[in-house]
Write a protein that binds this ligand. Structure first.
Ligand SMILES: Cc1cn([C@H]2C[C@H](O)[C@@H](COP(=O)(O)OP(=O)(O)O[C@H]3O[C@H](C)C(=O)[C@H](O)[C@H]3O)O2)c(=O)[nH]c1=O
Length: 186
């Protein structure tokens, strides 16, 4: 019996992972990660870092962030508390879906995670207060290789469900896509 239901998205390699829960009168157990089970879903590297974030206010957006090769990373994004609108943006040079984005609602209640391959930018909007996320990363944080695109860039036209009430100073200053941007080679 599979512990994860894997669903493809319109962006190659970007997959929705629904976790199976083992419930009994005490509550439940589910696996957040399983190397064997997620290999077929494309996670073919060790986890080298796990991050935990808390976002206090509904409407806040974090993103859109990515790391340049050789620090490009896969991410498995899991919402442990509240609900988010999770967005992955295809930045892979030459991809037929270059600069296209796809979003999924992740929540503590729907037990879904988003598996994001290398070459994508990632961001999310908190759809509730007090959102907590867990990120598995296949590459270490490399601040010098970190880049971002503006979450409200008209050319990306990301359709955030709520008015964006907060961006970090860094995210508010992210660059907008110009005609010269040809993506990342991963
Ligand atoms: C990502 C990261 C950050 N930091 C430090 C750097 C800053 O001093 C502080 C906050 O970083 P930042 O404002 O970049 O955090 P987020 O805006 O939540 O960034 C994350 O949010 C988007 C949605 C993502 O997909 C990435 O996981 C990540 O970029 O934590 C670390 O020490 N290690 C790390 O791995």
């Amino acid at each position: 019996m599979s512990r994860f239901l894997v669903t493809e998205t319109p962006l190659a390699g970007l997959r929705l992972i629904q976790r199976q829960q083992f419930s009994d009168s005490r509550g439940f157990l589910s696996r957040l990660f399983c190397a064997d089970a997620l290999l077929a879903a494309g996670w073919d590297k060790p986890i080298v870092q796990i991050n935990h974030t808390c976002t206090l206010r509904q409407g806040t957006v974090r993103g859109m962030h990515y790391q340049l090769p050789p620090h490009a990373e896969m991410k498995l994004v899991t919402c442990l508390r509240g609900e988010i609108w999770d967005v992955a943006l295809d930045l892979r040079a030459g991809s037929p879906t270059f600069l296209q984005w796809h979003a999924e609602r992740l929540s503590a209640d729907n037990h879904c995670s988003l598996l994001i391959p290398e070459g994508f930018a990632h961001g999310f909007q908190a759809l509730s207060d007090d959102v907590e996320l867990l990120y598995c990363h296949s590459a270490a944080y490399a601040p010098d290789a970190e880049r971002g695109l503006h979450a409200l860039d008209e050319r990306l036209a990301i359709d955030w469900p709520l008015p964006v009430c907060e961006l970090s100073e860094k995210d508010a200053a992210q660059s907008r896509v110009d005609g010269k941007f040809d993506g990342v080679r991963v």
